[in-house]
Ligand binder design. Structure first.
Ligand SMILES: *[C@@H]1O[C@H](CO)[C@@H](O)[C@H](O)[C@H]1NC(C)=O
Ligand SMILES: *[C@@H]1O[C@H](CO)[C@@H](O)[C@H](O)[C@H]1NC(C)=O
Ligand SMILES: *[C@@H]1O[C@H](CO)[C@@H](O)[C@H](O)[C@H]1NC(C)=O
Ligand SMILES: *[C@@H]1O[C@H](CO)[C@@H](O)[C@H](O)[C@H]1NC(C)=O
Length: 298
C-alpha cells in the first residue's frame, strides 16, 4: 500500500500542473503580420478588429495616425518598421511589420574562370538593390540538361561551375533568377569556357637592384591557377616612372622573372605584373599591386 502511495504523488503533481495551466489567463496571441510593398506605392494598413473605432496607430512606438485604416502614400524606405494598432484602452490590437523595397531587376551576371580548366565562377548584382530579402536560383543549361550552379550559401551572389567541357562548340547557358516578395526576374547568359578565362593577378612581386644599372623583377603565378606547368601563363611587366606616360611594358614573358637594364640612378620605378593564359584564351588578369624601386645615385 505504501509503495502505491509513493507512485500516486508525482502523478497528482502532473495533474495539478496541467489543471493550473488550463485555468490561468492565456497570454494574448501575438501574431505579427508581415507586409512587403514596393517603394513609392500606397499602402492601407487595417486594424484587425474593424469595430474598434478610434484606433490609434503607432510606428516603432511613435503615434502616426488614428482610424481603422492607416493610409500611407508614396512610401519611402523611412516608412518601414513595426506598426501597432491600439484600442481605446491602449491595448495592442494588431502588429504589422511593414517592409519596403523593390521587385528584383534582371541580375547583371558576369562569369570568368580564374582557374581554367578546373572551374568558372559567375557573380551577379541587382540594380537597384531590392532591399527586401531576395532568394537566388542559379542553374546552367548544357546539352539539353539543367544543372545547379552551386553557391557557398543562400545569400552569396556567386556560383561555381565545375567539370565543364573544354573546346565545346555548344555554349553553357547560365540562368540566374532573383525572387522576392514583390516578384522575380531572370537573366540568361551564354558562356564559352575558353572565352571567359581570366587569371587572377600574379603575387609576391619582388624587385632587386643588380649591378650595372639593372633591376630584376620576380613574381609567383596566381595561387588560384591550377598548375602553371601543365597550363602555362605568360606575363607582362610594366615599368612606370615620373609621369603616367613614362611607361614601358615587357610582354609575353614565359618565365617567373625578368631583368631590365638601362635603369637611371635616382629615379623611382613603379612595377606591376599581369598574366594571361599561354594560348591567349580570354582576358589578361588585372595588374598586381605596384611595387617600387629606386636605384641609388652613386
Ligand atoms: C472585435 O471586438 C469586439 C469587442 O471587443 C468583439 O466583440 C468582436 O468579436 C471582435 N471582432 C473580431 C472580428 O475580432
Ligand atoms: C514620391 O516621393 C519622392 C521622394 O520621396 C518624390 O521624389 C516624388 O515626386 C513623390 N511622388 C509623388 C507622386 O508624390
Ligand atoms: C531560369 O530559371 C528559372 C528558375 O529556376 C526558371 O523559372 C526559368 O524558366 C529559367 N529560364 C529558362 C529560360 O530556362
Ligand atoms: C615604395 O614602396 C614602399 C614599400 O615597399 C613604400 O613605403 C613607399 O611609400 C613607396 N614609395 C612611393 C613613392 O610610393
Amino acid at each position: 500500500m505504501c509503495l502505491r502511495f509513493v507512485h500516486v504523488v508525482p502523478l497528482l503533481a502532473v495533474f495539478h500542473q496541467v489543471w493550473s495551466q488550463n485555468t490561468s489567463p492565456l497570454p494574448k496571441p501575438s501574431s505579427v503580420k508581415e507586409i512587403s510593398v514596393a517603394v513609392g506605392s500606397s499602402v492601407e494598413l487595417h486594424c484587425a478588429n474593424e469595430t474598434t473605432a478610434g484606433s490609434d496607430w503607432r510606428l516603432n512606438e511613435l503615434s502616426v495616425g488614428t482610424g481603422d485604416v492607416l493610409h500611407l502614400h508614396n512610401t519611402s524606405l523611412d516608412d518601414q518598421g513595426v506598426y501597432t494598432c491600439h484600442d481605446q484602452d491602449g491595448d495592442t490590437v494588431e502588429t504589422i511589420h511593414l517592409r519596403l523595397g523593390y521587385a528584383p531587376s534582371p541580375p547583371e551576371v558576369r562569369c570568368w574562370s580564374p582557374s581554367y580548366p578546373v572551374k568558372a565562377l559567375c557573380s551577379w548584382t541587382l540594380t537597384p538593390d531590392p532591399v527586401l530579402q531576395t532568394q537566388y536560383i542559379s542553374t546552367y543549361w548544357y546539352q539539353g540538361v539543367v544543372h545547379p550552379c552551386p553557391r557557398q550559401d543562400e545569400q552569396v551572389r556567386r556560383c561555381v561551375l565545375e567539370g565543364l567541357d573544354i573546346y565545346s562548340n555548344e555554349p553553357y547557358l547560365v540562368n540566374i533568377t532573383a525572387v522576392n516578395a514583390l516578384g522575380s526576374a531572370s537573366r540568361i547568359i551564354s558562356v564559352i569556357f575558353e572565352d571567359i578565362v581570366k587569371p587572377n593577378p600574379p603575387v609576391n612581386v619582388k624587385v632587386k637592384v643588380l649591378p650595372g644599372k639593372k633591376i630584376s623583377v620576380q613574381w609567383s603565378p596566381p595561387p588560384t591557377w591550377p598548375d602553371p606547368v601543365n597550363f602555362p601563363l605568360r606575363y607582362n611587366v610594366q615599368f612606370q616612372w615620373g609621369k603616367p606616360e613614362m611607361t614601358s611594358v615587357m610582354r609575353s614573358i614565359e618565365s617567373d622573372s625578368v631583368v631590365r637594364s638601362g635603369i637611371v640612378a635616382g629615379r623611382t620605378y613603379f612595377i606591376r605584373v599581369s598574366c594571361m593564359d599561354f594560348l591567349g584564351h580570354g582576358q589578361s588578369s588585372d595588374w598586381s599591386d605596384l611595387v617600387n624601386v629606386t636605384l641609388p645615385k652613386s
